[in-house]
Design a protein around this ligand. Structure first.
Ligand code: NAG
Ligand code: NAG
Ligand code: NAG
Ligand code: NAG
Ligand code: NAG
Length: 833
């Protein structure tokens, strides 16, 4: 129930502006322009940037260091005079701007890394934040100019922008702008359709990731009333030959109550990309663009439209998509401004947390009869929204800012290559976050190439006063480790460092020079499953990133080794906490949270990508716990990509672990997500009863846990066989919900089993029932389960007390996307236009 709400954030919003005036003359109340390091005022276009010394009253810094570029004109791409000088911050430094008019403000930061004296600015690494938001984190700029544009809402009388050097480094800045944004540009409560609406856009910090002029030229800040730059779309089109540019700038007529020149300039609305074979009645395809983004964030997408192609009203109906979601269906622009074509307007859409490093924007013809088969798009803005911690990421922030368990991974430093490895690994993590299955990359470049300092940075969006993003390029890198580094990290595969042994080989604890721990899985070269699983695992793990899936840090295939390097999970397997290892017994709440976490991970696998992935080896030994007992699903060696939409199963040889195997899969050799659900049901009983799923030493009817537990569950007396350390500690309604959920997972036929999303929901409910936040309407009793009958308690429990409530509750919902399709199917028919 709780789980569902966050997914409703994916909403589309039709924003109508009420800007009476469309005269292009917005005058910002707050308008701070500073050319850092410059001795004189600098004019750029019609704007004057203040000389650094005239801005000194805004700045508090431990030491004044000014730098200027040795070259007068840098390159044609970086020819803004702003890039010729810079200020260097050797310690934490603050700009404090007094704000006369509260509301949204641009913060534009200009960086160009030149070498000045002993400072090589490309070596700088730093974070930038305001009072409320983290804008950049461990940011660095390599060899091209970068302009980072943010907009934040300022509610107080001042805006403080803080530059904090990363340890051992320094920060720099070539120029800064803090400028008022018209209130109407980003409205808070964008009107939306059911089932929910995105509210609170006002309090979002936004980072402009892309701003694109479809079918038109580069638009420099001089041609934009709010000093924005727009880049042409050609480079981002997936199939250029399917798209055609159209231009008719003169036709654009800004309408009252709709978009204004401040929404986007005439050059944007007066040019567009349409379908190449527009008008041909047999035309039916999408025009698609792809953009690199940082995964793990939500984005505000603003689609700009102006129909300069139709000859009459109600001719053009088209659909707009974000990835596979429909943003607008059968959009008829001629109904927006009464009886007028060529009236600019825009559509705002808030995405869910993006799971891959690329987003696809498509337009395509409507399937309505009589529709003229065409589709258009004039402009697009992609704005990253701050995460729940108020961060906009940057390389490290994007890794997994919600998860404390990841924080140590972010600072891994490698062994032999010393600190360079730090950069490499940071880049690796960076890549892992954004990398998706990228077939093109898998084949080539099999050599270990340390990431050059030059290489790690981005493509800038190019051209005059260019506009960069660090989100990119990464997909070309491998995260391959040299054997020597792995050898050293594991003390040359010291047998006493072995923390696990599986079919694949041994798992060693490893430690890099800086003390960061990893788990190193070394494949047995003679292992039958070997190579295929090795590849599957690399493929799967580099494709999926989720806080409840164990992260792959790298791999090594030197000398036909098959080594996988994972984040280290401090608390080992779930299994070891249930029985057989003497670890203290977990409380019911901790167990529920572990089940919920793993259900989330599996749910993500089943639904989080275009194609479902079936884990195939769900068991308590494949659920790992980090130092906070947060659960992560591991071991993707057997995973299979799920059925295509038009099929319902994958036919494949039976694999998996005895005791957890779906009997239906066994019978029919057909694999569906529901096989994982079955195995997960067994795990649930294992968690409840704390005994092995198969225990041949027990009396016959007790050997198989799934059968044994189902027998008691059917009798309604499951409490007879639960882990004795839980006796008296589980609320009956929580137990009932949990047991029912497990029972349903074990249904004979897959179709009768719930989806992982439903399982997740039910487990969350069981947790709430335990915490007595709500009362289960079916049962008002609050008495706790009584003593157990002794004869069923003959399992060896070494545990003593329930563990204290050390578990951190993570109510934050990640990318799980429960019932997204449901949400979206309701969004399809928009009422907003
Ligand atoms: C620089 O610009 C500021 C503000 O526009 C102005 O007050 C100042 O006189 C200028 N200084 C010089 C040396 O031009
Ligand atoms: C931009 O503005 C300049 C002058 O301000 C003008 O000469 C130029 O044609 C404009 N470019 C576009 C693409 O509108
Ligand atoms: C256009 O893209 C959407 C979303 O990916 C897809 O559902 C639709 O089938 C595509 N239409 C065509 C004609 O390819
Ligand atoms: C962004 O930050 C604001 C304020 O800190 C917060 O209310 C909001 O929930 C954050 N956005 C997201 C998507 O988490
Ligand atoms: C700058 O970086 C790009 C890649 O980002 C690289 O291709 C180019 O060679 C680098 N140039 C210099 C001068 O280092």
């Amino acid at each position: 129930m709780m789980g569902y709400r966050k997914f409703d954030l994916c909403i589309w919003v039709l924003s109508i502006l009420s800007f009476g005036c469309f005269c292009s003359g917005f005058t910002p109340v707050d308008n701070y322009l500073i050319d850092c390091g410059s001795l004189a005022n600098t004019s750029v276009g019609n704007r004057v940037y203040l000389a650094d010394k005239l801005a000194s009253n805004f700045l508090s810094t431990p030491k004044d260091v000014l730098a200027s570029s040795p070259l007068k004109s840098i390159t044609s791409f970086d020819d803004s005079p702003l890039y010729q000088t810079a200020r260097i911050f050797t310690g934490s430094s603050k700009y404090t701007f007094s704000i006369s008019l509260t509301g949204r403000h641009w913060i534009r930061l200009y960086f160009y890394p030149f070498v000045s004296g002993s400072y090589d600015l490309s070596k700088a690494k730093f974070s930038v934040s305001t009072q409320n938001y983290g804008l950049l984190s461990d940011f660095s700029v390599q060899n091209s100019s970068v302009m980072k544009e943010f907009s934040v809402n300022v509610n107080s009388g001042s805006l403080v922008v803080t530059f904090t050097p990363s340890s051992g480094s320094f920060a720099f800045l070539n120029a800064i702008e803090v400028v008022s944004v018209p209130d109407t540009l980003i409205t808070d409560d964008a009107t939306t359709t059911t089932p929910g609406k995105f509210q609170g856009l006002m309090s979002q910090a936004l980072e402009t990731t892309w701003r694109v002029n479809m079918g038109g030229p580069f638009v420099s800040f001089e041609n934009d009333t709010l000093w924005r730059t727009w880049v042409p779309d050609r480079d981002y089109l997936v199939s250029k030959n399917l798209a055609k540019d159209v231009s008719n700038v003169a036709a654009v007529e800004y309408g009252e109550g709709l978009a204004t020149a401040d929404s986007a300039p005439r050059t944007v609305y007066g040019t567009l990309t349409e379908m190449n074979s527009a008008g041909d009645p047999n035309t039916n395809y999408n025009v698609t663009w792809e953009f690199k983004v940082d995964s793990g964030f939500q984005y505000l997408l603003r689609f700009h439209f102006c129909d300069i192609v139709s000859k009459g009203l109600n001719q053009l109906y088209f659909n707009v998509y974000f990835d596979s979601w429909i943003v607008a269906q059968d959009l008829d622009l001629s109904t927006i401004a009464v009886n007028k074509l060529a009236t600019p307007y825009y559509l705002d859409y808030v995405t869910t947390s993006v799971v891959s490093d690329t987003i696809r924007i498509s337009i395509g013809p409507s399937s309505l009869n009589n529709a003229y088969p065409n589709a258009i798009l004039n402009g697009l803005e992609i704005m990253k929204m701050n995460n729940s911690d108020g961060h906009l990421g940057g390389a490290s922030g994007a890794v997994n800012s919600n998860s404390s368990s990841k924080s140590n991974v972010g600072v891994i430093v490698g062994a032999t290559v010393g600190s360079l490895i730090a950069v490499v690994l940071a880049a690796i993590l960076f890549i892992l976050c954004r990398r998706r299955k990228d077939k093109a990359n898998q084949g080539h470049s099999k050599t270990w190439a340390p990431f050059s300092m030059n290489g790690t940075n981005s493509h800038t969006m190019g051209s005059k006063y260019s506009y960069g993003t660090t989100a990119s390029a990464a997909s070309n890198y491998q995260y391959r480790f040299p054997f020597g580094v792995v050898q050293e990290a594991t003390n040359n595969f010291d047998e006493s460092w072995v923390i696990g042994i599986g079919g694949f080989g041994k798992v060693y604890k490893g430690e890099f020079n800086d003390g960061t721990k990893v788990a190193v899985k070394r494949g047995n070269p003679r292992s039958q499953q070997g190579l295929a699983e090795f590849r599957t695992e690399i493929e799967m793990l580099s494709q999926f990133r989720h806080r409840h899936l164990v992260s792959l840090i790298g791999y090594c295939d030197d000398k036909s080794e098959m080594i996988l390097i994972y984040e280290y999970m401090e608390n080992g397997t779930l299994k070891s906490h249930l029985y057989g290892s003497g670890l203290p017994s977990l409380s019911w709440k901790a167990r529920l949270e572990i089940c919920i976490g793993s259900a989330r991970g599996l749910h993500y696998l089943h639904t989080g990508d275009a194609k479902a992935v079936i884990h195939r080896d769900v068991k308590s030994a494949n659920i790992l716990l980090d130092e906070n007992l947060m659960a992560k699903v591991a071991d993707f060696g057997l995973s299979k990509t799920g059925p295509e939409l038009d099929q319902t199963h994958v036919s494949t040889a039976v694999k998996g672990s005895f005791g957890y195997l779906d009997p239906e899969y066994f019978r029919r050799q057909q694999l569906t997500e529901k096989s994982d659900v079955y195995s997960f049901g067994v795990v649930l009983f294992e968690v409840l009863c704390a005994r092995p799923v198969i225990d041949p030493s027990l009396p016959r009817e007790m050997v198989n846990l799934a059968e044994w537990a189902m027998k008691w569950q059917k009798k309604g007396q499951l409490e007879q066989i639960i882990d004795p350390t839980l006796a008296g500690k589980i609320r009956p309604d929580s137990l009932r919900k949990f047991a029912e959920t497990a029972e349903k997972c074990l249904a004979d036929y897959g179709v009768d089993r719930p989806s992982m999303g439903d399982v997740l929901w039910n487990l969350e409910y069981a947790l709430q029932l335990q915490e007595a936040v709500i009362q289960d309407p079916e049962d008002n009793s609050t008495n706790v389960i009584g003593e157990l009958s002794p004869q069923v308690n003959n399992f060896n429990h070494i545990d003593t007390t329930g563990s204290p409530g050390q578990f951190e509750v993570s109510s934050v919902d990640d990318l799980s996307g429960v019932s997204m399709s449901r949400v979206f199917s309701q969004l399809v028919k928009s009422e907003g236009r």
